[in-house]
Write a protein that binds this ligand. Structure first.
Ligand code: MG
Length: 327
């Protein structure tokens, strides 16, 4: 198959900036791909890299797009190197996608209950969860490792005793804890979980330690009841396979947008039956549609998926039209 190929870089400002252990994030930049097959059918793809998370940079992705000819083939698409995982995802999902017109029109969001909603870091979480709860969210993620641990533990205790029964809470450290702090968080969570009165479920702690400290995380996962999910450690399919081979049997957070080839990712998950949580890279509806499709196919253990991001961007439809109105 041969496709006519066009692309457009984009920039979108977050409605409020995103704070993680990696710092502040104000603008999402990416690339929208447009493929037209021999019969004139148009399909869309999106490259949404996060270089500080382990993917290529936006510049590398743009360089790759710029050096491509105006007509590209499946051979080109399926031989994109592993160093460009967000490109692999964007191109492969574009040639498999079934968007005939504007993509958002065919992308109804599933019910909020299947999604995890991101709470703001720090004390703001205490005032924000209720709005999200009213929108239907029942699983929340809260960033830790952002402020001093004593303050965060205090807010955490308040949060745990404020959230309604049957809420699930995930704690995401983005690799920002020391070994001692990770032990303290896991110990605190184990103690809370041991209390039969506790109505909130602490689902897991995500990426407590930096990527280099895999062995310590493996050891922690065997020492505590509270589950650990790897995220930064398994940003790409290559890293995911390596952690699996070194014995990781905890949870894997998969961000399809930067994981690499969706067909190879699908094969790996099916073959090894790993416990996965699918998560967003703050992509637009185009990459989201492809990522959600993978999540629906490959999610196990009834885990909410981390795409509860509607409240982070302006209205999508107007934005997309303004990006592409010169086509
Ligand atoms: Mg994470």
């Amino acid at each position: 198959m041969t496709y006519g190929f066009q692309f457009r870089p984009y920039r979108r400002r977050f409605l409020r900036s995103l704070t993680t252990n990696h710092g502040k994030w104000d603008i999402r930049e990416g690339i929208i791909l447009c493929l037209t097959d021999e019969s004139g059918k148009v399909s869309w793809g999106e490259i949404a890299p996060i270089s500080w998370f382990g993917s290529e940079t936006l510049e590398q992705a743009l360089d790759f797009c710029r050096q491509l000819p105006e007509k590209i083939t499946n051979e080109i698409i399926f031989s994109i190197p592993d160093e460009l995982p967000a490109c692999q995802f964007g191109f492969e999902s574009a040639c498999g996608s079934e968007f005939f017109s504007m993509p958002y029109a065919l992308c109804p969001m599933p019910h909020a209950q299947s999604f995890s909603a991101l709470l703001p870091a720090g004390e703001a979480a205490l005032n924000q969860w209720e709005t999200l709860w009213k929108q239907g969210y029942r699983t929340f993620k809260w960033k830790i490792g952002v402020d001093a641990i004593a303050d965060e533990l205090e807010i955490f205790e308040l949060l745990i005793h404020t959230l309604p029964a049957s809420t699930k809470l995930r704690l995401d450290a983005n690799g920002g804890l020391s070994y001692e702090e990770a032990n303290l968080w896991l110990w605190t969570c184990d103690n809370l979980k041991a209390n039969p009165e506790l109505a909130v479920e602490i689902e897991f702690i995500e990426q407590p330690l930096p990527v280099e400290q895999f062995q310590q995380m493996l050891e922690l996962s065997k020492s505590y009841e509270t589950a650990i999910a790897l995220d930064e450690s398994v940003a790409t399919l290559g890293q995911l396979a390596a952690c699996y081979q070194q014995g990781w049997r905890g949870i894997f957070v998969i961000k399809p947008g930067i994981a690499g080839s969706p067909s190879r990712l699908r094969k790996f998950c099916q073959q090894h039956q790993i416990d996965t949580v699918f998560s967003s890279v703050f992509e637009t509806a185009i990459a989201r549609q492809a990522a959600l499709q993978l999540a629906a196919e490959l999610s196990r253990n009834n885990r909410a998926i981390g795409f509860g991001i509607d409240h982070f961007f302006e209205q999508e439809e107007t934005w997309f039209q303004s990006l592409w109105n010169d086509l």
